[in-house]
Design a protein around this ligand. Structure first.
Ligand SMILES: Cc1cc2nc3c(=O)[nH]c(=O)nc-3n(C[C@H](O)[C@H](O)[C@H](O)COP(=O)(O)O)c2cc1C
Length: 205
């Protein structure tokens, strides 16, 4: 079977890309609005853009059913140029993460709605999520838009200014990701990372 993206609508294109690019990591991205409200949203579009300098990317789509309204996360990042990437979402954070993905009005903080705990970051105004194994304080350095209203996606590139790691996940000089019980996303459902394997192959970075 072959598909021609030129002839596909939004839903089918979403199913194609989000169904094929699996499992996707999930980050909780925290920001603060010009109204002072602390915001947190799950994003599975998190990726590494560069290691040195350390750059991460996230992508925010507009709300198609609301005439292409911008999400709070994007609005806050464009205004403050700051955000925190809290990763990975773990099994114990899954329910709160899923709740944070619901639509709340801008004056409502997802921290209050979900029970996730905001704690101050060092270098940015956006809060960190206390429950996350790792929090990356980021400053926006690039922004790229795709599409037309009501369906615009904005790719944000953030430079990692500081990393916070929970001590229990750091040993022998490195992160112990396999201990984190990270979850990922398939098309819609979630998956666990309990079943881990490795190849003893040496390679250089
Ligand atoms: C697991 C998961 C992954 C998501 N990934 C994205 C994403 O990469 N980009 C995006 O725009 N929305 C994504 N969403 C939807 C947003 O979390 C959702 O639209 C949320 O309401 C945005 O909140 P905000 O308005 O506070 O920014 C995801 C939702 C879930 C549950």
């Amino acid at each position: 079977m072959k598909l021609d993206p030129q002839t596909m609508d939004f839903r089918d294109l979403h199913h194609l890309l989000a169904g094929a690019i699996v499992p996707r990591p999930i980050a909780l991205v925290s920001t603060v609005g010009t109204n002072g409200v602390q915001n947190v949203a799950p994003l599975s579009s998190i990726s590494i853009a560069s290691v040195m300098p350390p750059m991460v990317t996230i992508s925010l789509s507009t709300r198609r059913r609301r005439a292409g309204e911008q999400k709070d996360t994007l609005r806050n990042i464009l205004a403050s140029k700051e955000f925190v990437v809290n990763v990975p979402v773990t099994e114990s954070m899954a329910l709160a993460m899923n709740l944070a993905g619901a639509e709340y009005p801008s004056h409502v903080s997802e921290f209050a709605e979900t029970g996730l705990t905001p704690i101050p970051a060092d270098l940015v105004q956006a809060p960190m999520v206390a429950e996350a194994p790792v929090s990356l304080e980021c400053r926006m350095v690039h922004m790229l838009e795709f599409g037309e209203l009501p369906s615009v996606s904005t790719l944000i590139v953030g430079q990692v200014l500081r990393a916070h790691i929970k001590d229990e996940f750091f040993a022998d000089g490195q992160l112990q990701s396999s201990r984190m019980q990270a979850i990922g996303r398939l098309l819609e459902p979630y998956c666990r990372t309990r079943d881990i394997f490795d190849f003893k192959v040496e390679y250089t970075l």
